[in-house]
Design a binder for this molecule. Structure first.
Ligand code: ADP
Ligand code: ASP
Ligand code: MG
Length: 822
């Protein structure tokens, strides 16, 4: 035989390339390069049909069986094959031409007979592998590699058993020794096809090329089998369904078997059996990322417990047998199995309530009717006498399974699993723990599968403080926040287990949504490359992803429209952090609705930057109140812009010129009247009042506007010109104050009854409000405890960096509330 040694000393390595690895001429080149780079002394390369080709061949058969025309489909397939052959090797082999003629004739016969028996089906569906292997061998030959086409139909002998194809190992080994001994050191072997006793061609079932690789591995006594595919390895869940799935570096054979059985398409359960017997290690690797080591499947060597994977099987039905008459009656489960076996129905899962009042079995959906019929027959007398009430099927269910060695020994696993499902609002219809204790399965409705997979995956794999973040607004504050996040995210992840993922960023017209996240440092590039039109509903849905434990939207806009959405988001369970004060200062009913929605959904609403930018103004007030202090009055300079203007105004230059300079420098709102009108200060005072329980609206405050009444309309330029007419009045006010030893300050004040006034006042020059610099804000709380000497919070109260830092601090506060130890 062609083998030479066994196990680690064997010269043979088996590579298998799946359909996803050979989807185009370019793919074959990549595969060729990988084979060229292999250091194995002897290499058997098993190759699948090009992606989609088996499906197309089976589709043609189906059309022909239905009596439909197949010529167009056949032509398409032919052109596709010819195209790739031409591109890769420059010619069309004669055998391919002949194959297509045969294929046409076969389909024609099927169409006439309206029937394709197993031999024809095998012949047709296996053609893809023959073409693919022929093409790869030709390509390798052109590359100067001596590669030989080795036909498994000469030696791989299988019979069809009840459980699918069974290999006749001794006969196969004998045939291989006869046929393939002299085929050199690099074999190219079509997967999926094999030989039946008598020499007829057969196939190994869908995804059978994996099995081919394992059979050849065992026949050659290979030292390793490498399954090359389009993912980096076996992952903790199907990455197509769970975006956060991780590559597993190692799996035991048993775990891999269990995962494969429960639907992880990346490995085929059959693949493992021949390899396990000889303990051949199997490595799953990525053709398109060959530097990645992939997943090693082998003997179990680490006792360290971990959940390895979460999988699902769709297309099932649950049959429930219910009745008090089963209680204490031995042998019921045996009779259930017996009945189903007589119908050749395989049971995927069985679960019996400990009360023995019901038994349910999970079977393939297509077998549900037959299962009910067999069970009705078996239990006809119990049904007639009422001992069993009913036998009912539930269609469209799926199994969700968590897999890992020795799970049962670990307390809390099942609790975490079922809590995750319950938190996601998923109804569990039946539960089973495999007797191997390597798996816990739950039967759930099919429509819940994706959500269930994601919820369970996040419960086992993600940091519980994984937060999905959406940022609205990319102005100065948004940009600064993203810069700050870029500098801290790694540290937060490693030091505190806080995994902050910016998954959406929006501005008024366009937004970017990303999975798993947008690197904060690259957000501008993300907008250039993948911006779409802004749609706040889509954004909220994306941020509020099932597979991540928490979600928060951060509103850095000044938009009323966005503010009015806060309550809705909170009601959906999204946390909201806002620098936009329009919601908190809106009509009291809006304010109340926000609180109600947040409470009902258990979501958090954080808005420290609504007053005093990053200064701890709101939190301080909240602490005072919650520790039982009584607020007597709140006073302060609450506008950075107005603070700045009156800090520098000394009547040596006209007030209107200072406003113009500040406006030019970007220290004011785009329309400086928004600052001068006092409304911004009024909003902040309303927010603080509401924080201590005073039901205040904007209209309840007395506000002195610095915008003269005749200048409220018109454009900014006209306003600034018009303001000059009032310069003298302002200069007089200043000089009068100075004469009295006072300075001018724009101050908001409110007493404990909620009576408040906002406007320009004189304060003594040694007063704390007089002692501020630049854009400083200062807030003074007089309380029952802070009585003669009020509590003062003071510091820079405007600017992108400090505001962004205040928002960032809110985000970290949220993470703490969610359990992080920061
Ligand atoms: P090939 O064509 O190489 O045989 P398959 O499509 O049969 O590839 O298998 C690879 C696919 O299996 C992946 O692209 C992935 O979508 C899917 N898959 C399902 N479950 C898992 C899992 N647990 N880990 C990795 N991939 C999985
Ligand atoms: N081509 C076959 C299929 O699609 C076998 C395989 O790819 O493994 O099922
Ligand atoms: Mg496959």
């Amino acid at each position: 035989m062609a083998t030479g040694g066994n196990g680690a000393s064997s010269p043979w390595v088996v590579y298998k390339f799946g359909g996803s690895s050979v989807a185009s001429a370019g793919h074959y080149r990549a595969v060729g390069a990988l084979i060229g780079a292999s250091k194995a002394p002897r290499l058997a390369v098993v190759v699948s049909a090009m992606r989609g080709v088996t499906d197309r061949l089976l589709g043609l058969l189906q059309q022909a069986e239905a009596g439909a025309a197949f010529d167009d489909g056949l032509k398409d397939l032919e052109e596709h094959q010819y195209g790739v052959h031409r591109e890769l090797i420059g010619t069309i082999p004669e055998s391919l031409d002949r194959n297509f003629e045969d294929l046409h004739d076969l389909l024609h016969a099927v169409r006439l007979a309206r029937f394709a028996g197993a031999p024809v089906r095998d012949l047709v569906s296996g053609m893809g592998e023959l073409w693919s292997a022929g093409l790869l061998a030709a390509h390798l030959a052109r590359q100067g590699r001596e590669a030989r086409f080795v036909d498994p139909r000469e030696f791989m002998l299988v019979t069809r058993g009840e459980m699918g194809p069974e290999v006749d190992w001794s006969e196969s080994a004998r045939l291989l020794a006869d046929h393939a001994a002299d085929r050199g050191d690099c074999w190219v072997v079509p997967g999926y096809v094999a030989r039946e006793p008598g020499g007829r061609m057969t196939t190994l079932g869908r995804n059978g090329s994996d099995f081919s690789a394992a059979i050849i591995g065992r026949l050659l006594g290979a030292r390793e089998i490498e399954i090359w595919t389009d993912v980096d390895g076996v992952m903790s869940a199907d990455p197509a369904l769970v975006p956060d799935a991780l590559v597993l570096d190692k799996l035991s054979y048993d775990e891999a078997l269990e995962l494969a059985y429960f639907g992880a398409r990346v490995i085929h359960p059959k693949t493992l059996a021949p390899a396990i017997e000889l303990q051949i290690p199997i490595r799953i690797r990525n053709t398109f990322h060959p530097d990645h080591p992939g997943t090693l499947i082998g003997e179990r060597d680490d006792e360290e417990f971990r959940i390895k994977g979460i999988t699902s099987i769709d297309g099932l039905a649950l049959v429930n047998i219910e009745g008090a008459g089963m209680i204490g009656v031995p042998g019921t489960a045996r009779r259930v199995f017996g009945a189903l076996q007589r119908g050749a129905i395989s049971v995927v899962l069985i679960s019996q309530a400990s009360s023995e009042h019901s038994i349910c079995v999970c079977v393939e959906a297509a077998a549900a009717g037959a299962a009910v019929e067999k069970l009705n027959e078996e239990f006809s007398s119990e049904l007639a006498s009422g001992k069993i009430q009913r036998i009912l099927p539930t269609e469209e269910v799926s199994i969700l399974a968590v897999v890992g060695d020795s799970m049962a020994g670990q307390p809390g696993i099942a609790a975490r699993y079922f809590t995750a499902l319950a938190d996601a609002g998923i109804n569990v219809r039946a539960i089973a723990q495999g007797s191997s204790e390597r798996n816990i399965s739950a039967v759930i409705d099919h429509e819940d599968v994706q959500r269930g997979l994601r919820a369970v995956h996040s419960a086992f794999y993600l940091s519980p403080q994984t937060v999905s973040v959406g940022i609205l607004g990319t102005g100065h504050v948004g940009g600064a926040l993203l810069d700050q996040l870029a500098g801290e995210l790694d540290r937060l992840r490693t030091e505190a287990g806080v995994d902050i993922r910016v998954r959406a960023i929006a501005r008024s017209r366009e937004m970017v949504l990303a999975d798993p996240s947008i690197a904060p440092a690259d957000w501008r590039v993300a907008f250039e490359q993948s911006a779409v039109a802004t749609d706040l509903d889509a954004l909220a849905a994306h941020v509020h992803a099932d597979h991540l434990p928490h979600a928060v939207l951060i509103d850095l806009t000044a938009s009323e429209e966005v503010a009015l959405r806060h309550a809705g988001w909170l009601g959906q369970g999204l946390n909201v952090i806002t620098a936009n004060k329009k919601a908190n200062a809106a009509d009291y009913s809006v304010y109340r609705e926000i609180r109600r929605a947040a409470r009902a959904a258990g979501a958090r609403y954080l808005y420290e930057t609504n007053v005093g930018a990053g200064l701890p103004v709101v939190q301080t007030l909240r602490d005072l109140r919650q520790t039982g202090d009584r607020i007597e009055s709140i006073e302060g300079i609450l506008s950075g812009t107005l603070a700045y203007l009156f800090n520098i105004f000394d009547a040596s230059r006209p007030f209107s010129e200072l406003v113009r300079d500040a406006w030019n420098e970007g220290y004011t709102e785009p329309d400086p009247r928004d600052d001068l009108s006092g409304m911004d200060v009024a909003r902040k005072l309303v927010i603080l009042a509401r924080e201590v329980g005073i039901k205040l609206d904007l209209g309840d405050l007395e506000v002195e506007s610095l915008t003269p009444p005749d200048l409220t309309g018109g454009g900014v330029e006209d306003f600034l010109k018009g303001l000059a007419k009032h310069d003298e009045t302002m200069a007089q006010r200043y000089r009068a104050a100075v004469e009295r030893g006072q300075v001018l300050r724009f101050v908001g004040r409110m007493d404990r009854a909620g009576r408040g006034r906002i406007g320009l006042v004189e304060v003594p020059s040694d007063h704390v409000f007089a002692q501020i610099d630049l854009t400083d804000n200062v807030v003074r709380y007089t309380t029952a405890r802070y009585d003669r000497n009020p509590l003062i919070v003071r510091g820079p109260g405007a600017g992108p960096a400090v505001t962004a830092a205040g928002v960032f601090a809110d985000l970290l506060r949220l993470c703490s509330m969610l359990g992080a130890r920061i």
